[in-house]
Design a protein around this ligand. Structure first.
Ligand code: CA
Length: 225
């Protein structure tokens, strides 16, 4: 059995493809890139991959056609779709069309990685889900259902707020600078000068309760534990 998982990245934007390749290789995966839909289908058929990351906006055949073709041939490779933010209806269609999961662009690498790990784990060890709930203090985050509890209270967070909460919970007690939070939560697609971090922390405080996230003046924020 091959120990290293091989991931096929079907993505035509070089910036995103190389962002994915770098991140996945650093996380111990082997990668290959298909630059259009034709290549994606051929490579998925001919080579031995463990998972396909499939951009919807591909030249040649778009991601939907690739998905349909592969599933139509009985190809059971796990597939995670990358879609633009405004394609909500498409996501539902994607899951019905045989995709295993989706990630919305712009995405944070850690979020995609978590989803990849769930898919690869599902394939091998279907019952193992113990790492999928993160806890810090009285906060609990379920990474699969994206639900958050403060003690017994279930709190509704937006996707971005969830990712921000996850970043804090993964670094309890640690001061996180605005730059760190931007790169972890907003990924490659952020404007370093914007105040999105402060705004999102504000929303998170309203929802989780004021005491959880502390401002460290001139530096950033910290999750109290
Ligand atoms: Ca594209």
């Amino acid at each position: 059995m091959r120990l290293t998982n091989r991931i096929l990245i079907a993505e035509d934007e070089p910036r995103i493809a190389s962002f994915l390749e770098k991140g996945l290789r650093a996380s111990g995966f082997m990668t290959a890139v298909a630059k259009d839909g034709y290549e994606a289908v051929l490579m998925a058929q001919d080579e031995d991959f463990d998972l396909l990351i499939l951009d919807i906006g591909l030249p040649g055949k778009d991601g939907w056609m690739v998905l349909e073709e592969l599933r139509g041939q009985g190809e059971y490779l796990p597939i995670i779709i990358l879609t633009a933010r405004d394609e909500v209806r498409d996501k539902v269609a994607g899951l019905e069309g045989g995709a295993d999961d989706y990630v919305t662009k712009p995405f944070r690498f850690e979020e995609l990685l978590a989803r990849i790990r769930v898919r690869l784990r599902d394939k091998r060890l279907p019952k193992q889900q113990e790492e999928m709930v993160l806890r810090a203090g009285n906060l609990a985050l379920d990474l699969r259902t994206r639900q958050v509890w403060v003690g017994e209270r279930l709190v509704k967070l937006s996707a971005r707020e969830f990712t921000l909460a996850e970043t804090f919970v993964r670094h309890p007690g640690q001061v996180m600078s605005r730059e760190q939070l931007l790169s972890q939560v907003w990924g490659y697609d952020y404007d370093p000068g914007s105040n999105v971090v402060d705004v999102c922390v504000g929303y998170l405080r309203q929802k989780l309760g004021r005491d959880h996230i502390e401002t460290v003046r001139g530096v950033g924020y910290r999750l109290r534990i």
